[in-house]
Design a protein around this ligand. Sequence first.
Ligand code: PMP
Length: 362
Amino acid sequence: MNVYLDHNATAPLRPAAREAMVAAMDLVGNASSVHGHGRAARQLLEAARRDVAALVGAPAAQVIFTSGATEANNLALAAAGGGPVAVSAVEHESIIGAGQDFVVLAVDGDGVVDGDAMERTLATAAPALVSVMAANNETGVVQPIGELAARAKATGALFHSDMVQVAGKRDILDTAGIDLISLSAHKIGGPAGIGALINLGDVDLTPVLRGGGQERGRRAGTENLVGIAGFAAAARAAMLGRDDFARLAQLRDRFEDDILAAIPDIYIAGQGRPRLVNTACLALPGVTASTLVMSLDLAGFSVSAGAACSSGKVERSHVLAAMAAPAWAAAGAVRISLGWNTVAADLDGLVEACVRLYKRAA
Ligand code: PMP
């Protein structure tokens, strides 16, 4: 079996999440029922809310469970009430594809939103809501989210941040000025199909899914208790596993140092800026992303082309385009992303496999 180096696409299920899900499958109660079975389900639901809230240091009551971060992002954008929304140029497809007209916040060559430029854009566009992700899924580049939130709030806009990639990979210590946060279970070792919107600012949300009164009327539909139990267990494990940040940073940095030494004209996105410890986004001169992904697959490594997350197709990355990366780098970028079960030996042979391809292309 290949070594799995695609944690930013989805992380392998953590054993604790699997156990919690199997146990939750035996609960028959609907959390809205008042009988004993229902109360047991409610208890699990509310305990899970506390575990997920702890990921971002929020009160449990502010957690709204959703079917994933795509729904959480859609629910957040709906808070603009149809008014103008400003989003960074490097947002995930679940934001930029949500069917709204956006004012786009430009990024610099490393993919970071410039606070001064943002302020100028907000002054003319006067958006009701600003959405900037905390870290990018393709490059791992981290935004100065506290500063951006404060400056956006000063204009009277709501501030939303997609924190899907940050959770479990970096401490989320300061959420001042942030009204809404999106999270997804499957990026931290929980199951796919469950996520949350954290309503830190007690925003008056317009439900996207209407019907029953679940999640205090903000998200109708019987709660996915099995998924929620897996999400909570993964959140607990991720919080306990924070010692891992330094270990992963070391593995990623050693890999980048080695490949840079062997291929000096390699492109590494955002290398000089604060980045997630687990992510390397790189391109080799003369090697297309699809060739690199397929060749590494044959060499025993599962990695992704930057933007292949949803479609399975290798398309030019809008993230690297927004960063004005050289055309060859945008066409060749692949993402290597480590995670909770990655060990040093997993990376053995990866640099050599890249060097072979690079030499063949030269
Ligand atoms: N935002 C980001 C940054 C992501 O990486 C992803 C997953 N690709 C999502 C949102 C969507 O999350 P989900 O799969 O839970 O809908």
